[in-house]
Design a protein around this ligand. Structure first.
Ligand SMILES: Nc1ncnc2c1ncn2[C@@H]1O[C@H](COP(=O)(O)OP(=O)(O)OP(=O)(O)O)[C@@H](O)[C@H]1O
Length: 506
C-alpha cells in the first residue's frame, strides 16, 4: 500500500488536530507552572529545620516518583467511584489529567529546585543577613533568582517531558493529539500517515517552546551579558574620592562583648573574652591561624552563635549567648543588624545584580529613600571607592580587588555604626591588595569605627588605633601599634613574627 501524502498533508490543516494541539499546550503549561511553584515549596520543605516537615517532603517525592503516571491518571479519574462528591470535577478529563500530572511532576521538579538551592552558597545567605533582609527577603531577592537561573535548563527539559506525557492522558478520554489521531486511523486504517501528522504536532510544540525557553535562559544568564563602562562614571577613574570626616564620640563603647565564649563541639575557640570598641576607633585583630579571630568577629553580628556572653550595641544588649537564658541568640531585630556592616573574605557579592544593584539592594529593601535618592547616594559611595565607572558591570566582570571595593560600598550604603572586616584581603592577588587597603585606611581616617581581622601586619600597625593579638582563643596583647612594637621588638624571637612565619604575612 502506498503512503498517502495528500492525506497526511491534509491533516496539518485539520481543525481537530489544532484544537488538540491547543489543549496539549494548555495542559502542559498549566501542569508545568503549577509544578514549578509547588515543587519549590516541596524543595524548601526538604531543607526545613523541622524533621517532620523534611520527612513529609521526602515521602512525597519518594512516593510520587515511584508511581507510574498512567497508574496515577487512572486512579485520579476513577476516584469518584470511591468519593462520589469529587465526580463534579474529576470526571472532567482535563482536570483529572492536570491533577495527576501536577502530583507527579511536582516530585521531579522539587528535586531540580533542591539541587539548585543547595548550589547557592552559604555566603549569599550571610550577605543577605548582614544587610538585614528577612528570611523571605533573602529567598526572594537573593536565592530564588540565582536558583532559578541554575534550574532553568532542567526545568525547560521537564516541560518537554510534560508535553510528551500528555499523550498518556488519552487513556482517560482527553481529546489530545494522540486520541484525535487514533479516532482518525480507526476509521480509515491509515495508521502510519496519521501518526506522521501526530508526530508533526508534537515536534511543532516542542520546537516552539524549546526556542522560547532557550531565549528565556539566555535572558536570565547574566554571565553572558556585555556591559560597557558607565557613561556617568567615565570621568571617575579607579582612584577613590576621599570620604567625608565623621565626628568622633568616644564617651562609651559603640560595641562591646562581655564574657564571650564559643565552642564548636569539643573545640573551645575562646572563653570569657572581652572586647570593647569606641566610636571612631580602628581595631585590628591579628594572630596565628586558628586562634579564633574570624569566629570572634562573626560572633559580634550573630553569624556565629555565642555560647556564653552578651554583645552590647551602644550599651544596649544586642545578642546573648545560648546559655545566657535571654532568648537573644540572634539579633533582636533585623534593623539592629544594620548597625553592623560586614565585609567578607570572599566578597559574597550577589552575582545576579550589577555593581549598582548590589549597593542599592539594602537601601531599597529598607526604604531608605526614593529610587532616585538611593541611586544618587549609592553612586556617591561607588565614587568614594573608585568603582563608579563600573556601576553597570556584574561581579564576575571585575577583579578580586574591584569586587572587594564594591563589597565595601555595599556595606557603607547602609551607613552602619561599625564596619566589620573579616580578612578582607586574604582572597586577593598581591597586586590588588593595596587598592583595598587604601580604601580601608581612608575610611579609618574619616572616623569610621572599624574592627578588622587581618594578616596584614604592616597595615594593622599603620592604620589601627589599637591592635589585639590573639593566640589560642586568648588576647595575649592589646594596645597601640607603638606599644606592640615596644613590647615585642626587643625580643630575640618576636612571638608575633614567629606566629606569622608560615602565613605569608605582608
Ligand atoms: N564552622 C566551624 N565548625 C567547626 N569548627 C570551626 C568552625 N569555624 C571555625 N572552627 C574552628 O575554630 C577555630 C578558630 O577558627 P577561626 O577561623 O576563628 O580562626 P582564625 O584565627 O580566624 O584563623 P584564620 O586566620 O586561619 O582564618 C579553629 O580551630 C577552627 O577549626
Amino acid at each position: 500500500m502506498e503512503f498517502d501524502w495528500s492525506y497526511t498533508i491534509g491533516l496539518l490543516w485539520s481543525r481537530d488536530f489544532w484544537n488538540a494541539t491547543l489543549l496539549v499546550v494548555e495542559l502542559s503549561l498549566a501542569s508545568w507552572i503549577i509544578s514549578v511553584i509547588l515543587g519549590f515549596f516541596v524543595a524548601l520543605a526538604h531543607r526545613s529545620s523541622f524533621l517532620a516537615v523534611r520527612k513529609i517532603a521526602s515521602v512525597y517525592v519518594w512516593f510520587f516518583r515511584s508511581l507510574p503516571l498512567l497508574v496515577l491518571l487512572i486512579f485520579v479519574y476513577n476516584l469518584p467511584q470511591a468519593f462520589p462528591s469529587t465526580g463534579a470535577f474529576l470526571s472532567i478529563p482535563f482536570i483529572s489529567g492536570l491533577i495527576a500530572l501536577v502530583l507527579s511532576e511536582t516530585a521531579y521538579i522539587a528535586e531540580i529546585h533542591r539541587g539548585a538551592l543547595v548550589s547557592v552558597s552559604k555566603g549569599q545567605y550571610e550577605a543577605g543577613n548582614v544587610l538585614g533582609l528577612s528570611r523571605s527577603g533573602i529567598q526572594r531577592l537573593v536565592v530564588i533568582p540565582q536558583a532559578l537561573r541554575i534550574a532553568l535548563p532542567s526545568l525547560a527539559n521537564e516541560f518537554i517531558s510534560i508535553v510528551k506525557l500528555t499523550s498518556l492522558v488519552s487513556v482517560i478520554s482527553l481529546a489530545e493529539i494522540l486520541l484525535v489521531g487514533q479516532r482518525y486511523y480507526t476509521q480509515n486504517f491509515k495508521v502510519i500517515e496519521t501518526m506522521v501528522a501526530v508526530a508533526f504536532y508534537y515536534v511543532l510544540i516542542v520546537t516552539v517552546f524549546d526556542t522560547l525557553l532557550k531565549a528565556l535562559e539566555r535572558h536570565l544568564d547574566f554571565s553572558n551579558r556585555l556591559t560597557a563602562l558607565s557613561k556617568a562614571g567615565i570621568e571617575d577613574t579607579d582612584s577613590p574620592a576621599a570620604p567625608s570626616v565623621m565626628e568622633r564620640d568616644d564617651s562609651q563603647p559603640v560595641i562591646r562583648l562581655d564574657r564571650g565564649g564559643k565552642s564548636f563541639g569539643d573545640n573551645s575557640v575562646f572563653s570569657n573574652l572581652n572586647l570593647a570598641v569606641r566610636q571612631g576607633e580602628v581595631v585590628s585583630i591579628i594572630g596565628p591561624s586558628g586562634s579564633g579571630k574570624t569566629t570572634l568577629i562573626r560572633s559580634l553580628n550573630g553569624l556565629e552563635t555565642l555560647d556564653q556572653g552578651v554583645v552590647y550595641l551602644k550599651e544596649k544588649p544586642f545578642i546573648a549567648g545560648r546559655e545566657e537564658g535571654l532568648s537573644m541568640s540572634l539579633p533582636k531585630a533585623k534593623t539592629e543588624m544594620l548597625e553592623l556592616g560586614m565585609v567578607f573574605q570572599s566578597f559574597n557579592l550577589f552575582p545576579h545584580k550589577t555593581v549598582l544593584g548590589n549597593v542599592t539592594l539594602g537601601p531599597h529593601y529598607h526604604n531608605r529613600g526614593s529610587v532616585g535618592e538611593i541611586r544618587a547616594s549609592a553612586r556617591a559611595i561607588l565614587s568614594q571607592v573608585g568603582m563608579l565607572a563600573h556601576e553597570n558591570k556584574y561581579p564576575h566582570q571585575l577583579s578580586g580587588g574591584q569586587q572587594q571595593r564594591v563589597a565595601i560600598a555595599r556595606a557603607l550604603a547602609m551607613n552602619p555604626s561599625v564596619l566589620l572586616f573579616d580578612e578582607p584581603t586574604s582572597a586577593l592577588d598581591p597586586e590588588t591588595v593595596g587598592e583595598v587597603l587604601r580604601i580601608m585606611a581612608d575610611l579609618g581616617k574619616s572616623g569610621r569605627t572599624m574592627i578588622i581581622v587581618t594578616h596584614e601586619m604592616k597595615f594593622a600597625l599603620e592604620v589601627s588605633d589599637r591592635v589585639i593579638f590573639m593566640e589560642g582563643g586568648k588576647v595575649v596583647f592589646e594596645g597601640s601599634p607603638d606599644a606592640l612594637r615596644d613590647e615585642f621588638c626587643g625580643m630575640p624571637v618576636s612571638p608575633i613574627s614567629s606566629a606569622f612565619e608560615n602565613e605569608g604575612t605582608r
